[in-house]
Design a binder for this molecule. Structure first.
Ligand code: FE2
Length: 336
């Protein structure tokens, strides 16, 4: 396989896994990922954070090339996300053992052959029946360029261009699941975008760890119920009501109701993987940072050298799609 992955089954003790479910209920209210900010004054201002993945999903109809109205496709991929831990900041009680999971740390060391592992983030994704996650690679990080300051689609294109590897901070990602649900397989391409996908069924208290910044992956559709997925709109929240009941809420209005076992609940763990302390320090103290202007100039220069851009530099609006289409080579949709 071109890209290795590590499998965990079980990931946590029975009590540990149970705790991850309770944490989700205590968190209680999840917002849509599509509400992530875009950045004023930068190329692509006003576009969705993951314009790259959204554009490909709408163009192809997803992994199975389905043909649906734009608004339905958008509703299917507007899943819910909240952050449990960020760096050393624990945003929910009881997340520490997961943040410092020894199995994840040992597997992360092996993944890139880099000994210093620094857990960076733990976040939860919830998908409701009929939702899916468009095939994508995750947002990587470079010294000086990261998702807190810069457009996510641009950072993804940077990685796929291969032009900035000396500034890249390799990140290991563990994706874990804390319940069983119908559908919602984790689909990934361990042999690259041109290789065969693996549709990995997700089960309670299991996990996979890999380089999701490089390996294309997505989530197949969660089994549909009578709940209307096409009624989902940005700004709605997914809320836990009591023991086994969740609702989709538009302000005070309830749009749909779900039981726990109809939802798809995953938790992602990401960690920086440093080769040595010098590299860790360069990252911490920003001593070798890229600037985003220089990055875009370098990409344009590369596209000129390849004959993709000739004459005047295109406007930023045009350039965004040229960058995405030139560098991010998505897997072709499979037959349904
Ligand atoms: Fe992902």
């Amino acid at each position: 396989m071109a890209h290795p992955h590590h499998s965990f089954d079980p990931l946590l003790s029975a009590a540990g896994a149970e705790r991850m479910v309770r944490i989700c209920e205590q968190f209680g209210s999840f917002k849509m990922y599509s509400e992530e900010p875009t950045f004023a004054g930068l190329i692509g201002e006003g576009l969705p954070a993951r314009w790259d993945a959204a554009r490909n999903f709408v163009k192809t109809g997803g992994r199975f090339g389905r043909n649906e109205p734009l608004q339905v496709l958008a509703a299917r991929t507007n899943y819910f996300r909240e952050t449990y831990a960020y760096g050393n900041e624990e945003r929910v009680e009881g997340i520490k053992p997961f943040l410092h999971h020894e199995g994840f740390i040992a597997a992360a060391r092996k993944l890139f052959g880099r000994p210093i592992i620094e857990p960076a983030i733990v976040y939860a994704n919830l998908l409701v029946p009929g939702q899916e996650l468009a095939v994508h690679t995750d947002v990587p990080e470079f010294r000086g360029v990261n998702r807190k300051k810069h457009p996510q689609w641009l950072i993804v294109a940077m990685h796929h261009s291969g032009l900035f590897e000396q500034w890249r901070m390799p990140i290991a990602t563990g994706v874990s699941w804390f319940h069983d649900c119908g559908g919602g397989e984790f689909a990934f391409y361990p042999d690259g975008a041109k290789g065969k996908p693996v549709a990995h069924p997700v089960h309670y208290n299991t996990a996979l760890l890999m380089d999701t910044d490089t390996v294309f992956h997505g989530v197949d559709r969660v089994a549909e119920t009578a709940a209307p997925v096409d009624k989902l709109r940005p700004g709605m929240r997914l809320k836990h009501v009591d023991a086994d009941r969740w609702v989709m809420a538009d302000g005070d209005e309830v749009i749909a109701e779900y039981r726990w076992n109809e939802l798809r609940y995953s938790i992602s763990w990401k960690a920086y993987c440093f080769a040595d302390e010098a590299e860790q320090r360069a990252w911490q103290h920003s001593t070798d940072d890229l600037s985003v202007t220089a990055v875009v100039d370098r990409l344009v220069e590369d596209l000129r050298a390849r004959g993709i851009i000739t004459g005047e530099r295109p406007s930023d609006t045009v350039l965004v799609d040229v960058l995405i289409d030139s560098y991010i080579r998505y897997p072709e949709p499979a037959a349904a």
